[in-house]
Design a protein around this ligand. Structure first.
Ligand code: ATP
Length: 210
């Protein structure tokens, strides 16, 4: 599977086909028996989560996993761990993308709504200045207006052109609207791949349902 900078690579498939396991393996959180993870032509040899983060891979997990007892600011600061000391500050762009985090900067992560937590989880990943952003079902359990905002943010990140975004998503229309390249998995393997210019909605829908 290849994910190009400046676009969304969507990974789809029914429940339990291995989408989360794939993202966890790429981000150093899950062992894998075969294959190689490469970033910008450099192979990573079964990296730790820290090693993968240093190599530019950021993972936004399904269920968000914000630290509930830590404030929004403290949650964001955990992203500093893989950056040199002189980059230990939250860029203004983070608050431009997610104004609500600025308003809630001293609130505990656990006191935010699900949608706000999702925004915090994405912001925390962006702090690490990733070359590859892995998003695992960012719309799960989120209300429509926040889903729209998250879609807007993903588009802005794509337009910047320097980050490859890999989106695992069950919300078909969200993935179809944002994606440029589509992979469908079944039983732990990629079984279908097409780019948007040669793919119809109906064809993808049929593949995802198999
Ligand atoms: N390549 C693989 N080889 C063997 N087992 C796998 C592989 N990929 C995933 N699994 C196993 O299949 C199960 C489901 O995997 P996973 O949670 O990654 O699927 P998913 O597609 O993300 O599901 P969901 O849509 O429900 O989140 C897990 O028990 C996982 O360990």
């Amino acid at each position: 599977m290849t994910a190009k900078a400046g676009e969304v690579t969507a990974v789809m498939g029914t429940n339990g086909v291995g989408k989360t396991s794939l993202l966890r393996a790429i981000s150093g959180r899950h062992p894998y028996a075969g294959g190689t993870v490469m970033v910008g032509g450099t192979a990573l040899d079964h990296p730790s989560p820290f090693g993968a983060a240093r190599a530019g891979i950021a993972y936004v997990p399904q269920g968000r996993e914000v630290f509930p007892m830590m404030t929004v600011a403290e949650n964001l600061e955990t992203g500093f761990a893989c950056l040199p000391k002189d980059q230990h500050h939250v860029p203004d762009q983070i608050f431009d993308l997610f104004p609500v985090l600025h308003d809630m900067i001293d609130r505990r992560g656990g006191d935010l709504s699900g949608g706000q937590q999702q925004q915090l989880a994405i912001a925390r990943a962006l702090i690490t200045k990733p070359r590859v952003l892995l998003l695992d079902e960012p719309t799960e359990g989120i209300q429509p207006n926040i889903i729209q905002q998250i879609g807007k943010v993903i588009r802005i990140l794509c337009e910047q052109g320097d980050m490859a975004i890999v989106l695992v998503e069950q919300f078909f229309d969200f993935a179809f609207d944002l994606g440029s390249d589509f992979y469908v998995m079944s039983r732990g393997e990629v079984v279908f791949n097409k780019r948007e210019d040669v793919l119809t909605r109906e064809e993808l829908y049929a593949q995802v349902l198999v």
